[in-house]
Design a protein around this ligand. Structure first.
Ligand code: ADP
Ligand code: MG
Length: 658
C-alpha cells in the first residue's frame, strides 16, 4: 500500500504547513464550512439571499470592460417561468461559455427589486446530489479545495479508527462510530448530516474532557497534606498594606477565600475568574505571599515568555519590601543560568519561580512546592493542569481565567473546581470606547492625538492575513515612515532576543507605538497605553478582540479601541455595544452558523475543538454525567480500558495548547 499522501511534492509540502502528514491527519482536518448549492424554492425568495437557480439562458450575454472590472450580463428563465438577470463581475470567460438555449446552474446573491443575481458560482447543466453540498476546507493557499476533497476520499479506506467509548454509552447516546461520524462530516449532503456526524465527535470530546477533569480532581483530593502549616491570615495583611494601591473589596474577599482554602487539610483546587483588567494578578501574588509565610515554594506559570517576564518584574516590585528570593525560568535563558536556577530550586533557595512551560521540564525539582498558580489557564489543556502539580506532592492549585462565566455554566464545565469570581474593576469605570472605521485614514489623526498627549499605542495585525493585505511587516514599513523613532514591532522574523528588546522598549515608554500580532492578547500590562488599532479584525475571534481591548486604559484613563474594517459586520458591532467578556463569548458562539466548528479558542472557556459550549449545552451535560458514571463503574472492563487510556494521556502530555 502506498502511504504517501500524494505524489505531488507541492501538495505534500503545503499540507505540512498545516501539520497534515498522514491519512489520519487528513481525516481529522474537518471542513470549516459548507457551500450549500441545493436549489432554492423560488416561492420563498428574500432580497440579498444566496440562491441557486437552474435555468435556460434566454439572452445573448453582453460584455463591459471598465478600468477596474469586467461585467458580463445575461438572462435565464427557470422551469417556473421566472426570469432572472445575471450579473458577473470579473469573470470574462463566461462570455464564451454561455450559450443561449442551454441549461445552467447559477449561484449568487439576489436583489429582488430587479430580480438580479450577482453571480458567485456557475455550473453547466443540473447539479448532481453530491455537487449540491460542498465541504470547504481551511487550506494553505497553494492547495485547492477540490484537491483536498479528493485526498479525503482516498484517505478513508486507508485508516482504521478504534472506538474507545464504552458500548453502553454508545447505545445510550445513540452515537455513531468515530469513523462513520467523520465520514458523515466530510461527505455530508446537508446540514442535518453535518450535525449528526458532529454530535458524536462533540460527545467524545466532552466525555474525554470531563473524565480527565474528574480523574485529576480525584487524584488530587486523595492527597492530603497533614503537615501543612496553617497561616494566620492576618499575617497576609502585611503584604496587602504594602501595596501601592488599595485592593477592592472583592479582591480582599478573594484573597480571604483562597487563604482559607489553603489552610484546609485537603489540597486547594480553585479557579479565580474575573474579566480582563479586574486585577487577578495581585490576588494571586497575595496567595504566593501566604504560601511563602508557610515557608513553602510557589510556582507561577504563564503561557508566554513576555507575560512571564512581566509577572517577574511585577513580583520584584511588589515583593520588594519583603525578603523573598524570586527567579524567572523561561526557555531562552542560557543553559548555565537555567542550571543555576534549577539547583537553587532543588535545595530550597528559591521562594517563588515564575516561568513558562520550562517549569514542567523533567529536570526541574522543587524542594517543597506547595502552591502552583496558572495564569491564563485556558491556554493550557486539561492534561497540562496536572503536569506542574505533580512536581509537588502536596501542592495547592490556583487557576486564573480571564472570562468570568455565569455560575451555572461554570458548575457544568468546571464542576471539578472550586470557583472564586471577581466581578468589579479597580477603577470605578473602565472607560474604553470602541469604534469601527472603514479606512486606515481615519486612524492616523487619533494616533497623532494620543502621541501628543504622551500616551502609547498598539497596532495589531493578524498573524496570517486572510486578505494578504496586512501583516506586521507591511504595517511596520508604513508606520516607520510616518512615525520614525517612535515605532517598534514584534513579528515572526525576529529572534527571541530581539522580540524581548522590542517589547521592553515599548514597556519602558522609549517607543510609543507597538506593532504586533495578537501575542499581546494575553496579560501584557502597559498602563500608559490608551489607543489600540486592529487591522482585519474579522481574523480574530470576538473574545480575542475583547482581550486585546483589555490591554488599554489600564491606568484608569479613557481609551479608544479602533477596528479597521471595510464592511459592516454584525459580529463586530457586538463589541461596540457590549463590554462584558462572557456576554461577548456567548454572542460569538451563538452567531456561529450550523457546521461552523468552535475552532477559534474562547478565552476563559476550555479549548474545545468541536463543542460549542453555548449551543451544545445539553450534550455537554449528558457527557458530564456520563463521566461521573464511568468513574463509579471502573470494575467494568470496557470502562476501565477507556479510563486507562485517558489517564495515560494525562501522564504523557508534555505539549502546550497555545
Ligand atoms: P487581569 O485580571 O486582567 O490579570 P491585572 O491583574 O493585570 O488584570 O490588573 C490590571 C491592572 O490593574 C494592573 O495594572 C494592576 O496593577 C492594576 N490593579 C489591580 N488591582 C488594583 C487596585 N485595587 N487598584 C488599582 N489598580 C489595580
Ligand atoms: Mg492577567
Amino acid at each position: 500500500m502506498n502511504n504517501k499522501l500524494s505524489r505531488s511534492p507541492r501538495i505534500v509540502s503545503s499540507l505540512e504547513k498545516y501539520d497534515i502528514r498522514t491519512f489520519m491527519d487528513v481525516i481529522f482536518h474537518l471542513p470549516s464550512s459548507y457551500l450549500d448549492l441545493s436549489y432554492t424554492n423560488e416561492y420563498e425568495l428574500n432580497t440579498n439571499m444566496k440562491v441557486t437557480i437552474l435555468g435556460r439562458v434566454i439572452s445573448q450575454p453582453t460584455f463591459f470592460r471598465g478600468p477596474k472590472v469586467t461585467v458580463v450580463r445575461f438572462q435565464i428563465e427557470s422551469a417556473k417561468k421566472i426570469i432572472y438577470k445575471v450579473i458577473a463581475f470579473n469573470q470574462p470567460y463566461l462570455l464564451k461559455h454561455v450559450e443561449v438555449g442551454k441549461l445552467y446552474t447559477v449561484h449568487g446573491t439576489i436583489n429582488l427589486s430587479k430580480y438580479e443575481i450577482t453571480l458567485s458560482k456557475f455550473v453547466t447543466g443540473e447539479l448532481t446530489d453530491t455537487a449540491k453540498f460542498v465541504p470547504i476546507y481551511r487550506l494553505p493557499k497553494q492547495l485547492k479545495n477540490h484537491e483536498f476533497i479528493s485526498l479525503v476520499r482516498r484517505s478513508f479506506p486507508k485508516v482504521t479508527i478504534p472506538n474507545l467509548i464504552p458500548s453502553e454509552l454508545v447505545d445510550k447516546n445513540r452515537l455513531l462510530s468515530t469513523y462513520n461520524a467523520l465520514y458523515r462530516v466530510h461527505n455530508a449532503r446537508n446540514y442535518e448530516d453535518v450535525a449528526l456526524g458532529l454530535r458524536t465527535l462533540k460527545y467524545e470530546e466532552a466525555l474525554s474532557f470531563f473524565t480527565k477533569s474528574l480523574l485529576i480532581r480525584n487524584e488530587n483530593s486523595a492527597l492530603r497534606n497533614a503537615t501543612k502549616t496553617m497561616i494566620d491570615l492576618k499575617a497576609a495583611n502585611a503584604f496587602i498594606k504594602s501595596l501601592p494601591f488599595k485592593l477592592t473589596a472583592e479582591q480582599i474577599a478573594a484573597v480571604r477565600e483562597i487563604g482559607l482554602d489553603m489552610n484546609k487539610e485537603t489540597l486547594m483546587y480553585r479557579l479565580l475568574q474575573g474579566d480582563v483588567g479586574s486585577g487577578k494578578t495581585v490576588v494571586a501574588f497575595s496567595a504566593l505571599y501566604i504560601n511563602y509565610l508557610r515557608k513553602a515554594q510557589g510556582a507561577f506559570l504563564a503561557p508566554t515568555d513576555a507575560l512571564a517576564r512581566q509577572h517577574y518584574q511585577g513580583m520584584l516590585e511588589l515583593f520588594a519590601p519583603f525578603n523573598l528570593n524570586i527567579r524567572l525560568l523561561v526557555g531562552n535563558l542560557k543553559e548555565t543560568e537555567k542550571k543555576a536556577i534549577k539547583k537553587d530550586l532543588e535545595v530550597g533557595l528559591v521562594d517563588i519561580v515564575v516561568g513558562t512551560h520550562a517549569l514542567f521540564s523533567a529536570d526541574v525539582i522543587y524542594e517543597n512546592l506547595e502552591l502552583v498558580v496558572i495564569d491564563e489557564q485556558h491556554k493550557f489543556g486539561v492534561n497540562q493542569r496536572n503536569k506542574l502539580l505533580n512536581k509537588g506532592e502536596k501542592a495547592d492549585l490556583l487557576l486564573l481565567s480571564a472570562t468570568p462565566i455565569p455560575q451555572t455554566l461554570a458548575n457544568t464545565i468546571y464542576g471539578d473546581l472550586d470557583i472564586t469570581t471577581i466581578t468589579t474593576f479597580p477603577f470605578a469605570k473602565r472607560d474604553v470606547l470602541t469604534v469601527i472605521v472603514k479606512t486606515e485614514k481615519e486612524v492616523f489623526p487619533k494616533i497623532d492625538e494620543a502621541l501628543r498627549n504622551g500616551e502609547q499605542v498598539y497596532v495589531i495585525a493578524p498573524k496570517i492575513s486572510y486578505g494578504e493585505r496586512v501583516n506586521v511587516e507591511q504595517l511596520e514599513k508604513i508606520y516607520f515612515k510616518k512615525y520614525p523613532e517612535r515605532v517598534t514591532s514584534l513579528h515572526g522574523q525576529l529572534s527571541d532576543e530581539e522580540k524581548l528588546v522590542s517589547l521592553q522598549s515599548f514597556q519602558t515608554g522609549e517607543k510609543q507605538i507597538l506593532i504586533a500580532t495578537s501575542v499581546v492578547e494575553v496579560g501584557i500590562d502597559v498602563k500608559n497605553a490608551s489607543l489600540m488599532v486592529v487591522y482585519e479584525p474579522m481574523s480574530f475571534g470576538l473574545s480575542s478582540l475583547h482581550q486585546l481591548r483589555g490591554r488599554i486604559g489600564r491606568g484608569g484613563q479613557s481609551a479608544l479601541f479602533i477596528l479597521v474594517n471595510e464592511e459592516d459586520e454584525e459580529k463586530l458591532s457586538a463589541l461596540v455595544t457590549e463590554s462584558d467578556g462572557f456576554k461577548i463569548a456567548e454572542i460569538d458562539l451563538s452567531l456561529r452558523g450550523p457546521g461552523e466548528l468552535s475552532g477559534v479558542k474562547q478565552s476563559g472557556l476550555p479549548p474545545f475543538q468541536y463543542v460549542n459550549i453555548i449551543k451544545d449545552l445539553n450534550l455537554v451535560k449528558a457527557a458530564r454525567s456520563d463521566a461521573l458514571y464511568l468513574l463509579a463503574n471502573e470494575s467494568n472492563l470496557e470502562v476501565k480500558k477507556y479510563i486507562d487510556i485517558l489517564a495515560n494521556e494525562i501522564k504523557e502530555a508534555v505539549t502546550i495548547n497555545g
